[in-house]
Design a protein around this ligand. Structure first.
Ligand code: SF4
Length: 320
């Protein structure tokens, strides 16, 4: 049976990360569009907290809350996303109440620039002004060629901002939430030498964010500099800690290369899928990919089953 090839050309940073993690994961999720087979309650709690945050900060946008804010109340949105998990919804509400008790006053001094907004940028303008090596040019040429062969537009890299803020000194930054459960959430030290500050994914957020333009062509976030990371501590009573992390310039300078490589890999995987060349019964990925920082990969039951083909078909049935 031929794969149902995804013809969308827009892609987010998570999708790019998944290309780097495991080609099979990319195939299952973005080409076959299989549903996740692992329930992740920690991630659901994180999503519920993001919803609380989004609703709270949206009140302070310069032009008032965006249309979605009026479509559903916070309560309705929490119950829509957390359906079947009233205990987690309550937990998220309690945690967020503690968050506000700790930070609502301090945050009043900041200007809210954007709340959970999707930004996308054309591939051919993303690298404008970036000194491209021959290597990057070759990657770019290959992406263009594969897209032309498939008669599809060039991908539009996109980022999703949890929250973009501006301090009173004009510095713009993103605010990112971390729990203590994740690999990067642990943040052993709050400094520019910690593993998160040199991870390519936050660099990619900065790279895309700094290049976003307004309709008049000027940069939208020209003073975007760093990340404010806040993590939920496990101690009782519930407390957060929060710190600004300067990003590592050397790692940042690698971002165009990594991004271009991921984009080329994506174009190649899609071409392979169209040609029916993906070996879904081939070897599984590395231990670190299958048992990742969020727990087991969403498709672990398929990859570690003796009946991979049958499980894929049953998962596909669910989305038909
Ligand atoms: S379980 Fe492992 S091999 Fe299978 S898709 Fe996930 S990361 Fe890849």
């Amino acid at each position: 049976m031929g794969a149902s090839v995804d013809t969308r050309s827009k892609l987010g940073s998570t999708e790019l990360a998944e290309i780097s993690t495991c080609e099979r994961l990319y195939y299952f999720k973005h080409i076959l569009k299989l549903p996740a087979l692992i329930e992740r309650l920690g991630a659901l709690l994180g999503s519920l907290l993001h919803i609380c945050t989004r609703y709270w900060y949206a009140q302070f946008l310069p032009n008032g809350p965006p249309p979605w804010w009026y479509v559903r109340t916070l309560e309705e949105e929490l119950h829509r996303v957390g359906v079947g998990h009233p205990d987690l919804i309550l937990r998220a509400e309690i945690i967020f109440a503690h968050y506000l008790a700790q930070y609502a006053e301090e945050d009043r001094a900041w200007k809210v620039l954007a709340v959970e907004e999707e930004f996308e940028i054309d591939l051919d303008t993303l690298f404008e002004g970036v000194p491209l090596t021959k290597l990057i040019e070759r990657d770019y040429t290959r992406i263009v060629q594969l897209c032309q062969e498939a008669d599809e537009p060039l991908p539009k890299p996109s980022k999703r901002s949890d929250l973009m803020l501006e301090r009173s000194d004009g510095v713009q930054f993103e605010l990112d939430f971390k729990s203590t459960a994740g690999q990067y959430g642990k943040l052993p030290i709050w400094s520019s030498t910690n593993e998160w500050a040199i991870a390519w994914q936050p660099m990619q957020y900065l790279f895309i964010g700094r290049r976003l333009r307004k309709p008049d062509g000027t940069f939208r976030f020209p003073r975007l500099r760093s990340f404010l990371v806040q993590r939920l501590k496990t101690s009782e009573p519930i407390r957060f800690d929060r710190n600004e992390i300067e990003m590592c310039d050397a790692a940042y300078n690698e971002t165009p290369v990594i991004t271009m490589r991921q984009l080329r890999k994506r174009a190649e995987l899609r071409a392979d899928a169209r040609a029916g060349m993906f070996d879904r019964d081939g070897p599984v990925g590395s231990y670190w990919a299958c048992e990742n920082r969020y727990g087991k990969c969403d498709y672990y039951p398929i990859c570690h089953s003796n009946d991979r083909v049958g499980m894929i078909e049953r998962a596909r049935e669910k989305v038909r």
